[in-house]
Design a protein around this ligand. Sequence first.
Ligand code: NAD
Length: 482
Amino acid sequence: MRNGDTLFIDGKWCAADDGRTFRVTDPATGAVIATAADGGTAETDRAIAAAHEAFDTWSAENAYRRAEVLWRTHALMTERAEDLAALMTQEQGKPLKAALNEVRYAADFLAWFAEEAKRVYGSSIPSSRGGQRFSVLRQPVGVVAGITPWNYPVSMITRKVAPAVAAGCSIVLKPAEQTPLCAVAVFELLAEAGLPPGVANLVTTSRPAEVGARLLDSPLVRKLTFTGSTEVGKDLTARAAATMKRVSMELGGHAPMIVFDDADPVHAAKGAALVKFLNTGQACISPNRIFVQRSVLPAFTDALLDRVGKLVPGPGHRPGVTIGPLVDEAALRKVTRQVEDAVEKGARLLAGGDRLTDDGLDAGRFFAPTVLADVDESMRIYREETFGPVAAIVPFDDESEVVRRANDTEYGLASYLYTRDLGRSVRVSEALRFGIVGVNDINPTAAAAPFGGVGMSGLGREGGAHGIDEYLDVKLVGVCLP
Ligand code: NAD
């Protein structure tokens, strides 16, 4: 494992200029795993310059060659999936099986965009003037800055780097300070796959604002792609305006899940348990408000409690563990505050509700899988993104009421509904103001499908045929024939 030399600039691994490093810890034990280079202004400038230098050659490279590099990276990632998953479990905390699923999802983006590189089609447009021809080209935007979060520390990187590289852009990536080692592992694969120097550069840092400011202020950077909180995303978007950068923003969510009385409540509870506690609730598509129609409320609640009772919290590498720690103390405080506030305002605590400290869990940041019933509008958990293992159940009576309440949020990323009524599934999925709707489906995501939100959940789409558009400018060429 690299120690301190985790910057990847112009095809070379290096340390910070002043040798500064920061510690990377295991959230399950608090133990220090390694140190990472603490890049700053000078290192970021060099990474931008390297990306700028590489852009002309890489953008002129043919699409088949760009695709080959991504396919080779895909092969390496698939071959080393178990090692990468073990590293992710250690650095981020999720159970090994979930980490392996994430690595496979991350590799899917490499494969998908390797193919999309060959489909950057243009078009021709008929002109009203006989001697004129119009053609439309799609060309890479230039140097891209990518900023990624800790919760999906491998797939959020390939979801940005793969389309950028496929489109012919070069990129400078700044990963989250909690998970630089996963980023290093991805960049090692890109380098081994033969990506030319400068095309993808990595700046690890414990000073995101300093590196971010440099990336944002540089006129050489033509696009920012960000995944993280709405608060930071809004700030970066405003800042990007000064140099008129393109922006893609994958931000927070506050997903509703609606369980109608015509659905099977036990099946719906199984889905709710799987997606709610995925990644310890630290997912932007995690259902935060589980609306259940009153007549199926008892059956749904019993089935959910049964599933929650079987979850096994612990360090992600321990056999049998199904739910890992929260990322840090601040996350624990936020979840605790939301649960206390809800209980004070009348919610019933049916399971969990506390930090877990027995069986050696006190060294990590573990919160018991929690179920709250009778949640309503007056509670913080009804309004704020939770990002923790708390299922908040909200009773409802009819369809129009629940659609209004589900849409009553500034966020608009994922939403879910359970129904067996075809008409209702169409009506409600059309009425929900979210970028993603899962109908009897808790996993409406794939590399081949567009992912993204509306409102305060962001701008643009990642993945699918739309994903590469974010890295391409449209150019019109008008030709007058002599
Ligand atoms: P965060 O916004 O604090 O951090 C995300 C990234 O931004 C990190 O790399 C961090 O270092 C960086 N950052 C923070 N301040 C910065 C600044 N001033 N300048 C430049 N970079 C800065 O978010 P987080 O709490 O680490 O991540 C969780 C959030 O991410 C949640 O809100 C979640 O919903 C969201 N998320 C969204 C998606 C999506 O696709 N929509 C996916 C995963 C996570």
